[in-house]
Design a binder for this molecule. Structure first.
Ligand code: ZN
Length: 120
């Protein structure tokens, strides 16, 4: 893998990381103890609320939680990939040591094997 390709992948990953991070910060917070993202309820801007508002907020919280479950693993994967970029073996298959297909790296930058040696 050429240095130029690597640089480009890194830039893409960092851009994607920033976008995901912003999205996650809008719906939750990172728990420093567990290192996991937790959904936060929407800001309450009025003190009293009836049952409907409560139900709405609960649904909203559920929606945030499920979005978080989608986004958080993606962010973790990207962080892992950015870390992996520093490995000398980045972009080469752990099994056959050949270059990992570009398309596969684009789809999953943290990939450590080529398509042929894909696990499962
Ligand atoms: Zn391979």
């Amino acid at each position: 893998m050429s240095m130029l390709d690597k640089k480009k992948i890194k830039e893409n990953l960092e851009a994607e990381r920033d976008v995901l991070f912003e999205e996650l910060r809008g719906i939750g917070k990172l728990n420093p103890e567990t290192d996991e993202w937790e959904a936060t309820p929407e800001e309450i801007d009025f003190p009293e609320s009836d049952q409907n508002d409560m139900a709405d907020r609960f649904e909203d919280f559920e929606a945030r939680s499920s979005m978080l479950r989608t986004l958080a693993p993606r962010l973790n994967n990207i962080l892992k990939a950015i870390k992996g970029l520093n490995r000398d073996s980045f972009g080469t298959c752990d099994v056959c040591k050949k270059d990992i297909e570009q398309a596969r790296l684009n789809a999953n930058p943290a990939a450590r094997t080529c398509k042929k040696h894909l696990e499962g």
